[in-house]
Design a protein around this ligand. Structure first.
Ligand code: PLP
Length: 398
């Protein structure tokens, strides 16, 4: 047999995708599963965007495009970054990729060499460690805790950099998957100061930018100062804000040399994003209607409901998310106090799915044992029913 590369042997399937797949299998077998494991809006893509894609096909806009993205789209992205984030970029500093995922991987490959270290908070989004491995670099984890809102503390960042002298990149994700934490301007300033001091590049994954609640405000770390902008790659896309996960479009904005190196990686692996998607995304960004805000308002309503209900459950701890569509309650008490040999979050989730047909993602998948993640990209009725089953499971354990 042919030996796989070291890089590929480090990579495992995405636990969130495999859990969704198992839940779907059970559903297909006729079992009434409630899935809180999905990472995508349950809404359809807004009509005005779909109409634009039809137009692109009818106009035969179906060929390879410029590798970095069609000029109209890169221009529209520059306008968006200026309007929403106060960031001034030129189209040369924008790379359009098939999803924020690809935008992150292109950026990591553009800057990482063997042995370079990439810092990130735990809990982290499940793909980051593998994306780092694909770039031949090594992940370094900075622990955070519920009491401090799952936010990286400046002293912990500085300590991690000092202990890991090959630290080159910090991945930031605000609003965060899985915790829903949103960093304030002051917190980002403190992090920026350390990154500047130690010459760290920040890959700032802002894919959940539009989904923030109450008085939380999304701030891009690149907008902290011109010096910080020079060492930040802003990652964003249309998947979450515009309910366009299957269209595959994300982008990176940053210093021209890194963006063009990422563009080279893309040129030889992908060529370009689907032309129809690109065309429709110009419309998505430039002609936004009120359907986008309506989705946000609905997510906010579900978050409030889910949070309030979780808080009522005995021995469950819960950080109130300010953004994205996830909530990550703590279940430690139940791991320490049950008579069913449930010792880990993985055991907990497996049993919950088998017995009560509720799919959650184990905190272990995010490097955070003792927690579980709910996605509230689901209807209020399903959330209600899922919570009833979750409560019955807890009662059985206690
Ligand atoms: N970044 C985070 C934190 C995510 O949760 C996701 C999707 O789950 C992505 C990036 C990927 O987005 P895209 O669909 O644009 O590749």
């Amino acid at each position: 047999a042919i030996k796989l590369s070291n890089r590929c042997r480090l990579i495992k399937p995405s636990p969130t995708l495999s859990l969704s797949a198992k839940a779907k299998e059970m559903k297909d077998a006729g079992i009434d599963v409630i899935s809180f494991s999905v990472g995508e809006p349950d809404f359809n893509t807004p009509e005005y965007i779909k109409a634009s894609a039809h137009k692109a096909i009818d106009a035969n806009f179906t060929r390879y495009t410029n590798n970095a993205g069609i000029p109209e789209l890169r221009q529209a992205i520059c306008e968006k970054l200026l309007r929403d984030n106060g960031l001034k970029y030129s189209p040369k500093e924008i790379l359009v990729s098939p999803g924020a995922k690809a935008a992150i991987v292109n950026s990591l490959i553009a800057v990482c060499d063997d042995k370079d270290q990439v810092l990130m908070a735990t809990p982290y989004w499940v793909s980051y460690p593998y994306q780092v491995a694909l770039a031949n670099a090594e992940p370094v984890y900075i622990p955070t805790c519920e009491e401090k809102g799952y936010k990286i503390q400046p002293a912990d960042l500085e300590k991690a950099i000092k202990e890991n002298p090959c630290s080159k990149v910090l991945i930031m994700n605000s609003p965060s998957n899985p915790t829903g934490t949103v960093y304030t301007q002051a917190e980002l300033s403190d992090i920026a100061e350390i990154c500047i001091k130690y010459n760290i590049l920040v890959i700032s994954d802002e894919i959940y930018e539009r989904l923030v609640y109450d008085d939380a405000k999304h701030i891009s770390i690149a907008s902290i100062s011109e010096e910080m902008k020079q060492r930040t790659i802003v990652i964003n896309g249309v998947s979450k804000a515009y309910a366009m996960t299957g269209w595959r479009l994300g982008y990176a904005a940053g210093p021209g040399d890194i963006i063009s190196a990422g563009g080279m990686v893309q040129e030889h692996t992908t060529s370009c994003v689907n032309s129809i998607t690109q065309y429709a995304c110009v419309t998505a960004l430039k002609e936004e209607d009120d359907s986008i805000e309506k989705m946000r308002v609905e997510f906010a309503r579900r978050r409030d409901f889910l949070y309030e209900e979780l808080k009522k459950l005995p021995h469950i701890t819960c950080f109130k998310p300010q953004g994205a569509f996830y909530i990550m309650p703590g279940i430690k008490w139940y791991l320490e106090n049950n008579n069913q040999n449930i010792k880990t979050s993985d055991d907990f989730c497996a049993k919950l799915l088998d017995k009560y047909y509720v799919a959650l993602v184990s905190g272990n998948s995010f490097g955070m044992e003792g927690t579980v993640r709910f996605s509230y990209a689901n209807s209020i009725e399903n959330i209600k029913e899922g919570l009833n089953r979750f409560a019955s499971f807890l009662a059985e354990l206690a």
